[in-house]
Design a protein around this ligand. Structure first.
Ligand code: PBG
Length: 328
């Protein structure tokens, strides 16, 4: 008790603070989200995500070399499908020669050590911008899972190390696990977006991929029938326990900053590594405020990333990964 105990003793100088620091950031923590597009020599900046680009595969090669040189270990790939490839069944999602499949091969050709995580959900390929197949005003669960299984196997065949289902359909982890195993890909892992909320933080991402849900009769206007209600905490644990039992290798919480309580709950209750996704809207908010000079850019980025680790994240998917890797 005071005055015997003085907490400020351990904060007196940088050396002491470094010794007693409980949490550190490292390049080993990060997954780098990347957006790929068709074309040659394309590197277009995403308007609502300054410093992030849609890249054609030739540009992706250069990017992967740079990320590897910075000792980053893994990328999370998203493909922007041309409008002409979109339908209601997500057919293009499992085209063996589709953009995503070629992107995976490109990364592995340039840098076999770079871990490739692929987004598995139908939204970039859906004419309705939904993560699943739409019928009579609903997003169908089981037929969607069948498509996700084909999609996952095609990613594995192209060389993906992990598939990352972000769709929130029920039962997709076990089904994908069985499909991968049946195809001989028992070493390909599943990073499951176990607790993914119906969040207002995904706007810039949907700009990047042109994948926002479209308005129309008999089409759900939002993703609230499959993504989780931001009000719910116990439900995240239920989702996580089920995904763990279904054979997921890593569980993800998404978005990040507004959901640190969920990260901590999962860290305490689940034996798998826990990932968190600092999503596009979180990135955009920091960029915009820093651009206005209203917050200090570097310290705020590092503080938020550190807070993910303190909350319990083992892995952080973040658009700041490359920048921060060069700082660390
Ligand atoms: C697609 C998907 C989304 C994100 C990752 N995968 C968007 C959505 O669910 O609408 C969002 C990532 C971000 O905002 O950075 N299933």
């Amino acid at each position: 008790m005071y005055p015997i105990i003085r907490n400020r003793r351990l904060r007196q100088n940088a050396a002491i603070r470094a010794l007693v620091q409980e949490t550190q950031l490292s390049v080993n923590d990060f997954l780098v989200p990347l957006f790929v597009v068709e074309g040659q020599g394309v590197k277009e900046e995403i308007l609502s995500m300054p410093g992030q680009y849609r890249m054609s595969l030739d540009q992706l090669q250069q990017e992967i070399k740079e990320l590897h040189a910075l000792h980053l270990k893994g990328v999370l790939l998203f493909a922007k499908a041309d409008q002409k490839f979109k339908d209601n069944a997500g057919t293009e999602a499992f085209n063996e020669n589709g953009l995503m499949q070629r992107a995976i091969k490109t990364v592995k050709q340039v840098c076999p050590e770079m871990l490739v995580f692929t987004d598995v959900a139908l939204d970039p390929y859906s004419i309705y911008g939904h993560d699943g197949i739409v019928a009579a005003g609903k997003v169908l669960n089981d037929p969607t899972v069948e498509a996700l299984c084909k999609m996952s196997v095609s990613h594995a065949r192209a060389g993906a190390d992990f598939v990352a289902p972000s769709d929130m359909m029920d039962g997709r982890v076990i089904q994908i696990r069985q499909a991968l195993d049946a195809a001989g890909y028992e070493d390909v892992g599943i990073l499951s977006y176990a607790a993914k909320y119906a969040s207002a933080h995904y706007g810039p991402f949907r700009d990047a991929l042109d994948s926002a849900p479209v308005a129309g009769e008999e089409i759900p206007r939002d993703k609230k029938t499959y993504q989780m209600d931001p009000a719910n905490r116990k439900e995240a644990l239920k989702e996580a326990l089920m995904d763990q039992e279904e054979g997921a290798d890593i569980l993800m919480v998404k978005p990040g900053l507004a959901y640190l309580d969920i990260v901590r709950d999962l860290k305490n209750e689940i034996v798998l590594p826990i990932a968190v996704y600092q999503v596009s809207g979180e990135y955009a908010m920091i960029k915009a405020a820093a651009e206005k000079g209203w917050v200090e850019y570097e310290p705020i980025v590092l503080e938020q990333l550190l807070s993910f680790k303190r909350a319990g994240a083992d892995i952080i998917a973040t658009y700041f990964a490359k920048e921060v890797a060069s700082l660390l």
